[in-house]
Design a binder for this molecule. Structure first.
Ligand code: OFO
Length: 183
C-alpha cells in the first residue's frame, strides 16, 4: 500500500528545498568565517547565528517530508558562492540569496496549489511568512550600511555597525505585529 502523501513532483521539490536551506546555512557560515577573518566579529556573530536558523529551516522541511510518508534524500550540499569583496557586498549577496530562496518557496506554493495539496500549501505558508522576515532583515542590513557609506564606509562607521550587529535581534518585526502605539 502506498502511504506516501506527496506527489513525486512535490517530493522532489521539497527535497530540493531541504538542500537549499542547508546550502543557505553553508552560505551564512562561509560569510561569517569571511567576516571574522576581516576582524568583523559582530557581523560574524550575526551570520553564524543565522547559519543555525537556516539549519532549522532545513530540519522543518526534512521532518515534513517524513511526516507525509515521503522519502527524504540527503544529498551533497553545493559549495557556497565566492566570498564577498566587502561588508557592503556581503549584505548585497545575502539579500540576493534571500530573494532567490523566496522564489524557490513560491514555486513550491504554486505546485501545491495546482495539485490541491492543501497540507503542503499550508505547511509552506510558514516559509512564505519567514521569507518576508528574512528579506526585511537583509534589507535592514543594506540600509544600515548604505547610511554608513556603502562601499566607502569609514572604519569608524563600520566599527559601530559591527558592534551593533553583535546584538541585533535574529528576526525582523513583522508588519502584522505593528500597532499605532508601537509603530
Ligand atoms: Fe531559510 O530562510 Fe533564509 O534563506
Amino acid at each position: 500500500m502506498n502511504t506516501n502523501r506527496l506527489s513525486a513532483t512535490l517530493e522532489t521539490a521539497l527535497n530540493a528545498q531541504m538542500t537549499k536551506e542547508a546550502h543557505a546555512s553553508q552560505i551564512y557560515l562561509a560569510y561569517g568565517a569571511w567576516a571574522d577573518s576581516h576582524g568583523y566579529g559582530g557581523i560574524a556573530n550575526f551570520l553564524f547565528r543565522h547559519a543555525q536558523e537556516e539549519r532549522n529551516h532545513m530540519m522543518k522541511v526534512l521532518e515534513y517530508i517524513l511526516k507525509r510518508g515521503g522519502k527524504a534524500l540527503i544529498t551533497a550540499i553545493p559549495a557556497p558562492p565566492e566570498n564577498p569583496s566587502s561588508a557592503n557586498n556581503c549584505f548585497e549577496k545575502i539579500f540576493q540569496h534571500e530573494v532567490d530562496n523566496t522564489n524557490a518557496v513560491y514555486s513550491i506554493v504554486k505546485i501545491s496549489l495546482e495539485e490541491q495539496d492543501w497540507a503542503t500549501y499550508n505547511f509552506m505558508q510558514w516559509f512564505v511568512k519567514e521569507q518576508i522576515e528574512e528579506e526585511t532583515l537583509a534589507m535592514n542590513l543594506l540600509d544600515k550600511i548604505k547610511i554608513a557609506g556603502g562601499e566607502v564606509v569609514s572604519s569608524n562607521a563600520l566599527y559601530t555597525l559591527d558592534r551593533d550587529l553583535e546584538n541585533m535581534p535574529d528576526s525582523a518585526r513583522s508588519a502584522e505585529e505593528v500597532t499605532a502605539e508601537q509603530p
